[in-house]
Design a protein. Structure first.
Length: 317
């Protein structure tokens, strides 16, 4: 088995990392998915680490039966894209979701069949500044693997061969579900408290109060993972940390709030609240965090832009 064609759905930070690496494969057909105005923008090129890249731009129909489909969408864009993903996936297509969260594989698998989905995750610290920028050397990269033996399956070996000598960092894992949950834990515990306070990641080292909130979120997540049979002690020590970042760095949730974009809080705390309800596990830290970030989204939308001409009155109770 050899991968001769790769389609990327979602050319943001994660998609840019994949474009950067895979563009070096001269015998590979590499395309990004887009139609209409999006396709027009993509054809102008993708500016990554001060260099312009020009992958092919394919419609959903043109990408049908591609060997590998990499899904790197924002969580809120996944469900609207499911019909398009179904169009792309053919008999021989492997789907690798590099989205945040713990349920994108399940959502995609329900539409295209779980046999097409190879569980995976990515850790890449990037920022949007005249295109996307990241440090290739400090990036942990892509982790992927089969849920069950044989772990060195034909498609795993084919993807290893694809990534070899590209500059992409990658490794396989026999505990891929635990790896995905370990990254989920990093996102929930590191992304969310920082986003509420609006400060850099150094806050977790410098404030015992931020550590307290972080610990409360972590304990709820680990209780839910345990109840679902996810043994987080199985994962390698490298999976318990993210890419090296400076103390001033903003993770994705705060980046979204700063840019007044919708966040992925439904994927983070929203998912944990639902799971906790189903399992009978209280999630007060995640509920409070969920509603605070939703309120910050409302603030960005102008809901609280009161002025002296506002005739409404409120009463303190």
């Amino acid at each position: 088995m050899k991968i001769n064609s790769v389609a990327i759905l979602g050319a943001g930070a994660v998609g840019s990392y994949m474009i950067w690496g895979l563009s070096s494969k001269k015998d590979l057909r590499l395309g990004v998915i887009g139609e209409g105005k999006r396709a027009k923008r993509l054809k102008q090129g993708c500016f990554i680490n001060d260099q312009m890249y020009y992958p092919e731009v394919w419609s959903f129909q043109e990408a049908h039966n591609v060997d590998l489909l990499i899904v790197s969408l924002k969580y809120g864009a996944l469900k609207p894209a499911l019909d398009s993903i179904k169009t792309i996936v053919g008999k021989n297509t492997t789907v690798m979701s590099l989205m945040n969260g713990v349920d994108s594989e399940e959502i995609i698998g329900e539409v295209v069949g779980n046999e097409h989905v190879l569980p995976a995750l990515i850790k890449v610290a990037s920022r949007k500044d005249n295109g996307y920028r990241f440090d290739p050397e400090t990036t942990i990269g892509i982790i992927f693997g089969e849920k069950q033996a044989p772990f060195q399956s034909e498609r795993v070996q084919a993807i290893e061969n694809l990534f070899e000598n590209t500059g992409l960092h990658y490794r396989t894992s026999e505990f891929i579900q635990e790896e995905i949950w370990s990254k989920f834990r990093l996102n929930v515990c590191n992304n969310l408290p920082q986003a509420i306070l609006g400060v850099g990641v150094g806050c977790y080292q410098d404030s015992k109060h931020m550590k307290f909130i972080q610990e409360g979120l972590r304990q709820e997540l680990e209780a839910i993972a345990c109840a679902k049979g996810i043994d987080l002690s199985k994962v390698a020590s490298s999976s318990t940390r993210g890419s090296a970042v400076p103390a001033w760095a903003h993770y994705s949730t705060l980046q979204d709030l700063d840019a007044k974009r919708p966040t992925e809080i439904d994927m983070f705390s929203g998912t944990l609240i639902k799971m906790g309800k189903d399992l009978g596990i209280p999630t007060p830290y995640n509920k409070y965090t969920y509603h605070l970030i939703k309120a910050l989204e409302e603030k960005n939308e102008g809901l609280f832009d009161y002025d002296q001409n506002d005739s409404r009155e409120t009463r303190a109770k």
